[in-house]
Ligand binder design. Structure first.
Ligand code: HEC
Length: 131
C-alpha cells in the first residue's frame, strides 16, 4: 500500500514537472533551485549544515522550500512548529521513521539510515526557514 502511494506521488511529481516545462517557455530566468530565503541565513552554521545534508539525501524529490510538492513546503513546516528542542526531536524522529496524516494522506518515506544527529540538523534547518 505504501509503495503504491509513493508510486502515485512520484507520478504526480513527474506530471507536475512536465507541465511546468510546457508553461515555462517564456520565463528563462526562474532559478531551478530555491535560493536562500530573504532574511540572510547563509552564514548560520545550522543552515549551512542543513543545505549540505539535504543535497545528499532525497528530500528535494518531495519537498521544496517555498511551495508544496508531494510533501509540505519547508516554510510551511517552519510556520507550523516553533523552533525548540522538542519540535526538533519530534521532526527528526518523523524524518527517520516516516509517517502520514499531518499534512494529508500521502506518506513520507522513512529514512532509516539517517543518523539521528543528521536528522536533527535537518529539522533545525527546516525550522530556521520560518519567515
Ligand atoms: C517520498 C516523498 C518524500 C521524501 C523523499 C521526503 N519527504 Fe518529508 N514529507 C513527505 C510528505 C508526504 C510529508 C507529509 C507527511 C504527513 O502528512 O504526516 C512530509 C513531511 C515532512 C516534514 C513535516 C513532518 C510533520 O510531522 O509535520 C518534515 C520536517 C519533512 N517531511 C522533512 C523531510 C526531510 C528532511 C527529508 C529528506 C531526508 C524528507 N522529508 C523526504 C514526503 C517526503
Amino acid at each position: 500500500m505504501k509503495k503504491y502511494l509513493v508510486a502515485i506521488a512520484l507520478l504526480v511529481f513527474i506530471g507536475a514537472c512536465s507541465s511546468n516545462k510546457a508553461s515555462d517557455n517564456k520565463t528563462t530566468d526562474a532559478p531551478a533551485v530555491a535560493a536562500a530565503p530573504a532574511n540572510d541565513l547563509s552564514s548560520n552554521p545550522d543552515y549551512q549544515k542543513g543545505v549540505e545534508l539535504i543535497a545528499k539525501s532525497d528530500c528535494l524529490t518531495c519537498h521544496k522550500t517555498d511551495s508544496k510538492l508531494i510533501g509540505p513546503a519547508y516554510k510551511d513546516v517552519a510556520a507550523k512548529y516553533e523552533n525548540n528542542d522538542a519540535n526538533v526531536a519530534m521532526l527528526a524522529s518523523k524524518i527517520i521513521k516516516g509517517g502520514t496524516g499531518v499534512w494529508g494522506q500521502i506518506p513520507m518515506t522513512p529514512h532509516a539510515t539517517l543518523a539521528e544527529a543528521d536528522a536533527k540538523a535537518l529539522a533545525k534547518y527546516i525550522l530556521l526557514l520560518r519567515k
